[in-house]
Design a binder for this molecule. Structure first.
Ligand SMILES: Nc1ncnc2c1ncn2[C@@H]1O[C@H](COP(=O)(O)OP(=O)(O)OP(=O)(O)O)[C@@H](O)[C@H]1O
Length: 404
């Protein structure tokens, strides 16, 4: 992949007292970090990654900015992001590398999303992007091209590197593993999207913002005089941002296909213009007038139908989760009680996880772990294609994809 190298050496900004206690703690942790203080910072041009780079420079690390060019276009995710990332590196006096990943992103994320929606699942692009586009390739690029082993990003999550002697609130013994913890800011916590990172990646990551709130980040960014300090939040999904909305993104790739909205017995209660515009559990925006509220319970791609049901029939008490990645604990052999998030924004729900035998296809794909989840309370938004992520308190134990 072609890389554009910009090296504008300047004096690093002088350290000043932090604006927040969390910022001061983050700085102290970075200063005390054991081992080599050389890092490539994934820079998107937003405030989170800008401050990540600024804190590392302030802590005395040797920093290089690395921006993956993911999409053509002008917006915050694209050209504007590249310009802001370059300006931040200029201000901090560190080199900036831009690597053209547009084709890789299109193949791994855009095509994957379009194929998933067309097949009636609601794919989760962000965890796949983290594994297949961001961390794996970023780490490989930094190591091969720059001889740098570590990557830092502005994710709101924490990694605990096999802290021997730490009391671990995890089932089993996870002491020899790199563990992933929720970001302390509950509203920003991004651990859900990181569940699929392999141990080899986690061991090389630095998340300086894991103990900051978003408000802390903006205050610290102001203190550093970063031009991105007050840059507005991006939407959860960069592709929706890029196209204006998720509907606009899907419209660009999937032509409208009229179909029926039906009850389980086949009664037609309405019409739609593409199953990709619906998701399991959805109640609002169905365009259906019925005597009681209806929820989407199934998307039937072959029939191009959306199946709906009253609330009493829409809940599910269990599901199967495949391609499980075990993060903070070794794969269990016995059932385990834990909490589960079935969506990024859904609350953790209590469930019993039972390991299932792997299928031959799972084994061949190198993803042999498959489990069944039985929820303490019935759920309304168990959606094939989304991730079910397992937690014990603040520790992310593992996660996988909800099977149809
Ligand atoms: N195109 C990119 N190239 C390199 N790193 C990236 C890129 N996009 C995101 N990252 C890294 O991943 C982190 C999380 O990305 P996300 O898309 O969730 O952005 P965000 O939380 O809005 O962060 P920011 O404010 O830095 O844009 C960023 O803070 C950044 O370190």
């Amino acid at each position: 992949m072609a890389a554009i190298h910009l090296t504008l050496p300047r004096d690093a900004p002088a350290a000043s007292s932090c604006a927040t206690p969390a910022g001061a703690e983050a700085l102290a942790r970075l200063r005390a970090w054991p081992g080599e203080h050389r890092v490539a910072v994934g820079l998107s041009g937003g405030v989170d990654s800008s401050l990540t780079a600024a804190l590392l420079v302030e802590a005395g690390w040797q920093v290089e900015g690395l921006t993956l060019w993911l999409m053509s276009g002008k917006g915050a995710c694209c050209a504007e992001g590249l310009v802001d990332a370059a300006a931040i590196c200029d201000q901090l006096g560190v080199p900036h590398h831009v690597v053209d990943f547009r084709e890789h992103f299109r193949g791994q994320i855009v095509d994957f999303l379009v194929a998933g929606y067309a097949a009636g699942v609601t794919p989760l692009p962000c965890s796949r992007c983290n594994r297949e586009v961001k961390f794996g390739p970023m780490l490989a690029w930094a190591e091969t091209e720059r001889g740098i082993e570590r990557i830092a990003t502005g994710h709101y999550a924490r990694v605990r590197h096999g802290a021997a002697g730490d009391p671990l609130p995890v089932p089993g013994d996870g002491r020899d593993r790199h563990q992933l913890l929720r970001g302390l800011d509950g509203r920003k916590d991004q651990s859900y999207f990181l569940y699929d990172l392999p141990q080899g990646n986690l061991g090389r990551l630095v998340f300086p913002l894991g103990e900051l709130t978003k408000a802390d980040t903006r205050l610290e960014a102001e203190r550093h005089g970063l031009r991105t300090a007050q840059k507005p939040e991006s939407q959860d999904l960069c592709l929706a941002d890029h196209h204006g909305s998720m509907r606009a993104f899907l419209d660009a790739y999937l032509p409208p296909r009229q179909g029926e909205i039906v009850l389980a017995d086949g009664t037609v209660v309405g019409h739609h213009d593409g199953i990709e515009h619906f998701t399991i559990g959805q109640r609002k925006g169905l365009g259906v007038a019925w005597r009681e509220p209806l929820h989407v319970v199934r998307l039937e791609a072959a029939m191009n139908r959306v199946v709906v049901a009253p609330r009493s029939e829409a809940a599910r008490g269990s599901c199967v989760v495949g391609a499980v990645n075990w993060v903070s604990m070794a794969p269990p052999e016995e059932p385990v009680e834990l909490t589960v998030q079935v969506r990024y924004r859904s609350g953790p729900e209590r469930a019993l996880l039972t390991p299932l035998p792997a299928s031959e296809a799972d084994r061949q794909a190198g993803r042999p772990y498959r489990v069944r989840l039985d929820f303490a309370e019935e759920q309304f938004s168990i959606t094939p294609g989304q991730a079910a992520v397992f937690y014990a308190g603040e520790v992310l134990l593992g996660g996988g994809l909800i099977q149809p």
